[in-house]
Design a protein around this ligand. Structure first.
Ligand code: ZN
Ligand code: ZN
Length: 274
């Protein structure tokens, strides 16, 4: 077992990195990857502050050395793709000598007003208000901008892993649009094709389900046959924010992947399925 999507108290997680290592050892993990939210150049409550990013990296590197005979530890970051606002992934990779990056879109930029729509988090009202105020209530435009932003991030930044691909669906919960609509399906297929061309890994994120915010994985299990057909590698991510979340829904998701015909492979030392 493993986890490559882990948030500690350096960003919006609960605990010191070593607490996650101890829990991972208890669970018998072969690897543990830390993916703190990379610093963002605006006021926020979720990312590692710029002033602590070096300390974050140093802490993980110390643990990597300390536990090297027991578990493989990776230093990573979950980086927001926001063109014109975020520094390049290359900057983070080079400056902090990262083992891997997760590229995610949590904030969708409307180029008409430059404002950011927060599509993640615990509160549906934030999503609804943002849609109204930042996207003028135009869901199709908001969702299209979301996928365009992911596509641009993949072209420009080539993240190792694409984070929670269709998280825009979480607070939609079938209210504003249906995943069956043709325009929506087209956006996802188009994005999967770009992911394939860029040789990225797609994570299968279980957090929405175990937090009770959603009934679906990210991406939705309905996309697994298309992902399999395109031979895009996937990895299971609990998106853990506490040590106790490190293995949530791992077994169930692995069983699902096996039923869909995925087989284990390794990319850059990361356990994936293809
Ligand atoms: Zn995320
Ligand atoms: Zn995350």
């Amino acid at each position: 077992m493993y986890c490559y999507h882990t948030h500690t108290h350096f960003c919006d997680g609960s605990s010191h990195p070593e607490d996650y290592v101890k829990e991972a050892l208890r669970l018998g993990f072969h690897s543990l990857g830390f993916s703190g939210h990379a610093p963002v150049p605006f006021e926020n409550k979720f990312a590692i502050p710029e002033s602590r990013i070096q300390e974050y990296c140093d802490t993980i590197l110390l643990l990597k050395e300390k536990y090297k005979d027991h578990i493989q530890i990776f230093l990573g970051l979950e980086i927001d793709g926001i063109p014109g606002i975020m520094p390049s992934f290359h900057h983070f990779r080079e400056t902090y000598r990262l083992d891997y990056t997760i590229g995610s879109v949590h904030l969708v930029q409307n180029p008409d007003n430059g404002r950011l729509w927060f599509i993640d988090g615990a509160y549906r009202e934030t999503y609804d208000k943002g849609l109204e105020r930042i996207m003028n209530g135009d869901i199709r435009r908001g969702v299209t901008l979301y996928y365009r932003q992911i596509q641009q991030m993949i072209y420009d930044e080539k993240p190792d892993i694409v984070g929670h691909l269709d998280k825009i669906c979480m607070h939609n919960a079938g209210r504003y649009f249906s995943k069956e609509e043709e325009w929506y399906q087209h956006l996802v297929f188009e994005t999967l094709e770009i992911i394939k061309q860029a040789s990225c890994i797609v994570e299968i994120n279980t957090r929405g389900i175990y937090k009770g915010r959603s009934k679906q994985l990210y991406p939705d299990a309905a996309w697994l046959p298309a992902i399999k057909e395109k031979e895009i590698p996937v990895t299971i991510s609990p998106d853990a924010h506490q040590p106790g979340e490190l293995s949530l829904l791992y077994e169930e998701t692995l069983n699902l992947l096996q039923r869909e015909g995925f087989r284990k492979i390794f990319i850059k030392g990361l356990e994936c399925y293809q």
